[in-house]
Design a protein around this ligand. Structure first.
Ligand SMILES: *Cc1c(COP(=O)(O)O)cnc(C)c1O
Length: 356
C-alpha cells in the first residue's frame, strides 16, 4: 500500500536501512543523557539548520507533536496575553480553540479559503502579543504565500508571529526570519514515522519566554531551553525518531532543491487534473493553493467509489476533512513519494471511470 495520505504519509524508501542501522548501532537502547545521544541530537540540529536554511540564532527544540507546540506556546509564550488566530480551516481552528482554553485571550479571525487575508487590514487589538498563522492548511489544501509573511512582518514589527508549518516544513523553502516560532511534526514532509516534532524559536520568542518566566510544566519552554543547550530534552525523547531525522537529513539535498522538485510535481498535478473528467482542484485561486497537499473535489458518490477502488489498487488516498469530508479527497505531494509511485497513481486516476 502506497500512502498518499497527507500525514502520516509514505516514509523514505531507505527507512528499513536506517532502522537496521539504528538497531545495529545500539541507538534503540541508548540513554538520553549519554554522549552517544548528544552526538546524534547535535548532528540532527546542525543538519536542520544547514539543509532547511534555519538562521543560526534560531533555537530548534524537539517536541512530540505539533499539538504539543500549541500548548507550549499558550503556556510559555502567551500566559494570559492576547493572541490573534487567522485561519481558514480545521487545524488553524483547533489551535485557536486550545489556546483559548489555556489563555482565555485567543481571538479567532477566519478568512475564505479562496482569498488570502490582507495584511494591511488586520487591525490588531491593542496589546496583542502574538499572531498565529497556518502556513499550510492541511485540511483544505490552502497555503499562505511567502510574500504574506514578509508583509505581515513589515507591517507589525512589534507582534510575535507563530506559524504552524506542519505540512510545509521540509517541503517548502520557508523564510524563517519572517516569523518567531515555527513548528511541524515529522510525519508529513519529513517522510518519517509520527511521534516527533520540531519547534523553532527566534531570540525574540525566547526573550518573551524569559520575561513571562513560566516554570510549571515538564515542557515549559525555559526548562526545554536549559536542556537543549546541551542538545537534550526535559524528558526521555523519541531517540529513534531523532536518529531517523538525522539519518534521513544526511541523505537529503538542500531545501531549495526539494522545494523546486515539489513545485514541478505540483505543476504537473495541476495540468493532470485540468484534464480529468471527474475530479477538479477544490481551491481555484492558485495564489492560495497548497503545493504540498492537493485537495480534489468531485461528486460524493464518485469520491467514495474512487477511494475504494484506489485502496484495492494499493493506493491510499487522503479523506476529505471537516465540511469537505465527503466531496473531496486529498493527495500528499511530499518529498518521500517517488516518481514511480506518482506515475502509478496518475495511471490509476487516468484509467478511472465511474465506479470501476
Ligand atoms: C497534522 C497537522 C497537525 C497535527 O499534528 P500532530 O503531530 O498530530 O500534533 C497540526 N497542524 C497541521 C497544519 C497539520 O497538518
Amino acid at each position: 500500500m502506497i500512502s498518499f495520505y497527507p500525514g502520516p504519509s509514505k516514509v523514505w524508501d531507505k527507512l528499513p536501512q536506517y532502522l537496521q542501522e539504528a538497531f545495529q548501532e545500539g541507538v534503540l537502547s541508548i540513554n538520553h543523557r549519554s554522549p552517544e545521544f548528544v552526538a546524534i541530537s547535535r548532528e540532527a540540529i546542525r543538519l536542520l539548520h544547514e539543509k532547511l536554511n534555519i538562521p543560526k540564532d534560531y533555537t530548534i527544540f524537539f517536541t512530540s507533536s505539533a499539538t504539543e507546540c500549541w500548548e507550549i506556546i499558550a503556556q510559555s509564550i502567551l500566559g494570559s496575553s492576547k493572541s490573534l488566530h487567522l485561519y481558514n480551516g480545521a487545524f488553524g481552528e483547533k489551535w485557536q480553540e486550545y489556546t483559548q482554553k489555556l489563555t482565555g485571550q485567543a481571538t479567532a479571525r477566519t478568512f475564505s479559503p479562496e482569498m488570502p487575508p490582507q495584511p494591511v487590514g488586520l487591525e490588531l487589538e491593542e496589546n496583542t502579543l502574538l499572531l498565529a498563522l497556518t502556513q499550510n492548511e492541511t485540511s483544505n489544501g490552502t497555503a499562505l504565500p511567502q510574500h504574506f509573511f514578509q508583509e505581515v512582518r513589515r507591517l507589525y514589527p512589534e507582534v510575535l508571529i507563530a506559524v504552524d508549518a506542519t505540512s510545509g516544513m521540509a517541503g517548502v523553502n520557508l523564510d524563517f526570519p519572517t516569523a518567531d516560532i515555527w513548528y511541524a511534526s515529522v510525519q508529513k514532509c519529513f517522510g518519517l514515522p509520527a511521534g516527533l516534532a520540531l519547534m523553532i524559536c527566534s531570540p525574540r520568542a525566547l526573550a518573551r519566554a524569559e520575561a513571562l518566566n513560566e516554570r510549571l510544566h515538564y515542557n515549559s519552554l525555559l526548562f526545554m531551553q536549559e536542556k537543549i543547550v546541551d542538545a537534550q530534552t526535559t524528558y526521555t525523547p523519541n531517540v529513534l525518531g531523532i536518529y531517523l531525522l538525522m539519518r534521513s537529513l544526511q541523505d537529503r539535498p538542500s531545501i531549495t532543491t526539494t522545494a523546486a522538485l515539489l513545485k514541478e510535481r505540483y505543476r504537473q498535478w495541476v495540468l493532470f487534473f485540468e484534464e480529468h473528467p471527474f475530479f477538479r482542484l477544490l481551491i481555484k485561486n492558485s495564489a492560495v493553493r497548497s503545493q504540498t497537499v492537493l485537495t480534489l473535489e468531485g461528486k460524493e458518490e464518485e469520491v467514495a467509489l474512487l477511494k475504494q477502488a484506489a485502496k484495492t489498487a494499493g493506493l491510499y488516498l487522503g479523506n476529505g476533512y471537516g465540511k469537505w469530508k465527503k466531496n473531496t479527497f486529498r493527495i500528499a505531494n511530499f518529498p518521500a513519494l517517488n516518481e514511480t509511485e506518482i506515475r502509478q497513481l496518475k495511471n490509476f486516476l487516468a484509467g478511472y471511470s465511474q465506479g470501476s
